[in-house]
Design a binder for this molecule. Structure first.
Ligand SMILES: NC(=O)c1ccc[n+]([C@@H]2O[C@H](COP(=O)([O-])OP(=O)(O)OC[C@H]3O[C@@H](n4cnc5c(N)ncnc54)[C@H](O)[C@@H]3O)[C@@H](O)[C@H]2O)c1
Length: 383
């Protein structure tokens, strides 16, 4: 596959439009299809405006030239001749399966069919196809033109040559591809769960308020945003639903248990920044609560959340979800963590992380705080 290959994008929402921009900027002709004409027109306008801005800033030579590579269509038949189609429609398995079955009737035998799903099984989407070996997951992050990471997820049925081809195409698109197994949340959405879940637990137990937890994670941990600020930013309709999906997909493993505090926000329609209120209020004149800048408490919070994050990364390594290098790249490039979690483990020392987890386990006697067997081996110098 090279930049002469025609690329198709199904769904012209936030992700579809962003991926279409990446492909066009890499030199491809891009067909953008949506079954909603208004969404398609919105994407066309916003892509034109974005490219113009990039031209004004001197980041591209000609917005018009790149824009001319797009074709916006409400006819799936226009995908004929595409070498790769990336689907970014609504996150519903049955709808995605129906679209993939339709796509196969239009494209030729060698066209690769990719899904940008965040939480569904790529294997079950592939199973809807006559040629499931051409189906793969390409999980971009929002906003796709700015976030370098792409999780490449072969389904059980995917031909290995297709996986290699997609990895090299992502490099051509100046992305950082990481290879991950088709398991719930892939890398980023799995490893990041404790950042939210453990913060919520600490808050619900009244150990600290949200402003203090956010302060501990940014000031002492070096994260760009604290968990409550970040959840409000992502939106509880997205963040809570990902947590719930991951929890169910992991057969209700208590490590991923959702929180009632967050569920109630969702029920109230307090979705975060976008609705003016979430954990914090974003109304005009609203006062932000101030943290209790108690360093001892802050370190306790930070050590607890970080130990849970590291344990998640070590367990993913233990279960061969991805290589150590890709697990660390995913968190630094996909969610801007200050360090990869495995590197962080090495710096703090596995024994110290294990001590934090074992102390939690001893207090709670909950399976949620079980340490990965690999962490135990690392702490004992046996890995
Ligand atoms: N938003 C994110 O942060 C993010 C990040 C990574 C992956 N994803 C995944 O990407 C996908 C799209 O997410 P989004 O945020 O861009 O959604 P979105 O709601 O912004 O856009 C979805 C688009 O798909 C169109 N659509 C729906 N059903 C269709 C169909 N049957 N045929 C053609 N078009 C159809 C809609 O009209 C809409 O324009 C989802 O699978 C989501 O899980 C989202």
């Amino acid at each position: 596959m090279n930049n002469e290959s025609k690329i198709g994008i199904v769904g012209s929402g936030a992700m579809g439009a962003g991926i279409a921009q990446v492909a066009a900027m890499a030199g491809h002709a891009v067909v953008v299809y949506d079954n909603n004409m208004q969404a398609l027109q919105r994407a066309e306008k916003s892509l034109e405006a974005t490219l113009k801005k990039l031209e004004d800033k001197g980041k591209i030579d000609s917005a018009a030239e790149i824009f001319s590579r797009f074709r916006f269509s409400d006819q799936m038949a226009d995908f004929a001749g595409c070498a790769l189609i990336i689907e970014a429609i609504v996150e519903k398995l049955e709808v995605k399966k129906a679209v993939f079955a339709e796509l196969e009737k239009i494209v030729d035998e060698v066209c690769v069919l990719a899904t940008n799903t965040s939480s569904l099984s790529v294997t079950s989407i592939a199973a809807a196809c006559q040629k499931p070996d051409r189906v793969i997951g390409l999980h971009f992050f929002n906003p796709a033109p700015l976030m370098a990471l792409v999780e490449v997820i072969p389904a059980l049925q995917t031909n290995g040559a297709r996986t290699a081809e997609m990895k090299s195409l992502m490099l051509q698109w100046k992305k950082i591809p990481v290879l991950t197994k088709d398991t719930p949340g892939f890398i980023v959405n799995r490893l990041a769960r404790p950042f939210y879940g453990e913060a919520l637990r600490i808050y619900e137990e009244g150990i600290a308020d949200m402003a203090t937890i956010d302060w501990a994670m940014t000031e002492l941990g070096g994260f760009r945003m604290g968990p409550f600020t970040l959840m409000d930013y992502i939106g509880h309709d997205v963040n809570y639903v990902v947590t719930e999906t991951v929890f169910q997909s992991f057969f209700f493993d208590p490590r991923y248990k959702p929180s009632f505090s967050q569920k109630r926000l969702l029920e109230a329609g307090w979705l975060g920044r976008k609705s003016g209120r979430g954990f914090y209020s974003y109304q005009e004149g609203a006062e932000m609560p101030q943290p209790e800048k108690n360093t001892e408490l802050g370190h306790r919070i930070y050590n607890r959340i970080l130990a849970m994050l590291i344990n998640e990364a070590v367990d993913a390594l233990h279960l061969n979800i991805a290589s150590a290098e890709d697990l660390d790249l995913a968190m630094t490039k996909g969610v801007n963590y200050p360090k990869g979690l495995l590197q962080w483990c090495e710096e703090i020392g596995a024994a110290s992380v294990l001590q934090t987890l074992d102390a939690l386990y001893s207090d709670y006697h909950e399976d949620r705080y079980r340490a990965s067997v690999l962490l135990r081996k690392m702490a004992a110098g046996r890995s």
